[in-house]
Design a protein. Structure first.
Length: 322
């Protein structure tokens, strides 16, 4: 235990992350196709929650419309493959480029007032608008979605698709971790804790938040493309505000101020919504109860880093000193 505490935070995180990766990989070697399908969704939701947490836990914004970029990546990729007949690799590149161009436009609109409340509801409004469009327009499949063989040739089987999703998500989550430990992330946390102070020292806080939103949108787009490959198509639910809410719940339950919090939350929420729902029709009651308990007794989530714990317990420390 002393040896573990003597390690730096980065080394501790590296060990925990390596153990998680090895555990998932070894378990997948003996899993059935149905289990691999569940694991594929789990790792994609891990990436989605981790990317969303860039602007939620570390940026201080409330992304109520993050499903916009999740659905954008899915639909643009599937349209390029099914309607455009593009090569899968070119379709991935085109989907990322188009989605990022659209996300830049949307994020500029959402951040125009540089206000948390405005950002939350404008992003949710745009998300709802796009959801209604894809639900009604026949060209993109309307309410039945758009399906087709959109998996990469070497990942057409359930096991191949899982390993593609797994390794891409691991690489992306590692990049997100490096982003969290960059100097820019320190400035981003400053905009979360004290926006006025950053403004007074001459920092353009809107540009800081815009860069964070673009980074988050990039990884959410990749998650959307992987989800389209898993489901062999794109469906309106990928644009639904329920998807955005699900990502927020993952961060809330796991701990939005901890790097591994959204990852843990993604595992819990995905298990409840996919596996527990098979056993009972009241699975949403279980999820709702967990949310209520976290809000009342674990505001920092199940996982909290040392800094978060110290910030949440100043009164207790003062009482002890007296």
């Amino acid at each position: 235990m002393k040896a573990w505490k003597s390690l730096s935070k980065i080394r501790q995180d590296a060990i925990v992350g390596a153990l998680l990766v090895i555990t998932f990989f070894v378990y997948s070697l003996f899993a059935s196709d149905s289990v691999l399908d569940f694991m594929s969704r789990t790792v994609i939701m891990m990436l989605f929650a981790s990317a969303l947490n860039i602007i939620l836990g570390f940026g201080g914004l409330r992304p109520l419309g993050m499903a916009t970029y999740f659905g954008m990546g899915s639909y643009v990729y599937v349209i390029m493959c099914v309607r455009g007949g593009l090569d899968r690799t070119l379709a991935i590149v085109a989907a990322i480029v188009i989605s990022m161009a659209i996300s830049l436009f949307i994020n500029v609109i959402c951040l125009r007032a540089n206000d948390d409340l405005t950002f939350a509801f404008v992003s949710m409004g745009i998300n709802t608008l796009l959801y209604t469009m894809v639900f009604k327009i026949q060209y993109v499949g309307s309410d039945t979605g758009l399906t087709g063989n959109v998996r990469l040739p070497f990942a057409s089987s359930p096991s191949g698709n899982f390993y593609l999703c797994f390794f891409v998500c691991v690489i992306c989550i590692v990049l997100i971790y490096l982003f969290f430990h960059s100097p820019f992330a320190t400035v981003l946390k400053g905009s979360r804790d004290n926006l006025e102070r950053l403004t007074f020292i001459g920092m353009n806080t809107m540009h800081v938040r815009l860069c964070a939103c673009m980074v988050s949108s990039f990884f959410v787009t990749i998650a959307g493309i992987l989800y389209a490959m898993r489901n062999m198509g794109a469906f309106p639910v990928m644009f639904s505000t329920n998807t955005s809410t699900e990502g927020l719940v993952m961060c809330l339950i796991g701990g939005m101020y901890s790097f591994f919090g959204p990852i843990l939350g993604a595992v819990i929420v995905t298990f409840i919504s996919t596996q527990l729902s098979i056993l009972t029709n009241y699975y949403q009651f279980v999820l709702g109860a967990i949310i209520v308990l976290c809000v009342l007794f674990l505001q920092g989530g199940l996982l909290r880093d040392k800094v978060t714990k110290e910030l949440n317990e100043p009164a207790k420390k003062g009482a002890v000193k007296k």
